[in-house]
Design a protein around this ligand. Sequence first.
Ligand code: PMV
Length: 314
Amino acid sequence: MNKENTGQGSATGKIILMGEHSVVYGEPAIAFPFRETAITVNVTPDTDMYLDCLYFSGKLIKAPKHLESIRSVIYQTLKELNHSEALLHIVINSTIPAERGMGSSAATAVAVVRALHDYFGVPCPSENLLPLVNLAEKIAHGNPSGIDAAATSGDQPIYFIKGQALEVFPMNLTNSYLIVADTGIKGQTRAAVSDVARLFEQDKKTAALHISTLGQLTVQAKTAILADDAYRLGQIMTEAQAHLTALTVSNDKLDQLIQAALSANALGAKLTGGGRGGCMIALADSKAAAQTIAAAIKDAGANACWIQSLEVNN
Ligand code: PMV
């Protein structure tokens, strides 16, 4: 145990700029930590294992089924730390909306694993952290690429390819702002990922073409970002949305908000994350334009809207 007798861990939300779904099939994706939303976990000693979060407060053993991934990651982490017998009170505080494509399940697991390591005074490098988080993600999502675990645990944009070493990515676009909007509808990552897999079984050629095109668009997005070309990036985002729609992972509300953003002169717009609800993103070339687009998206029925600069020094 560390000398304070408490453990703390934190993580941020994440936004996938390009490459959701295709990343599951080995194509690249670009994601970054979304600091507007975050999670903190505090661990203190107790007389039993207790969990306190927005959805549940009580003995860990009694936690509902939808918190199974968190319960499992707690037990597995304690096992790996050789403290399976520990009796702890784990408090989770989060401003990351759940099931909105912002990686809340991965971020929760990241913060929990970090807090438990901190409590026992054990360092938690990514080699130890990521396998534990991916175990929780497997329970939550079925077949995770690992991008959420990587993006919510780091502090830099990443260029991610499943199974490969992480590449930090210098996202630095002059005068570029990303508008992130919540549809207010729970995303359905697990169902969307398995429906894309089903499309593969039904019509492999068509599904594979959409997936590989999404991969190529991600490579082109990387080139556009490195060339500081927000206009091209915007076009690529809108093009990606067409392929995500063809893969059946968009929905009416996402389409509505994306259309509202484009009508308000966004450079591009698409869904982000698992889709079927959750969040959409739009690109703007000035803060004033971002505010106009955000207002239009809100008018079209968005639940919440955030604006993030894509300029590193801002
Ligand atoms: O909905 P989220 O934030 O969990 O993002 C899922 C991203 C997918 O590419 C659809 C799945 C994955 O594991 O990469």
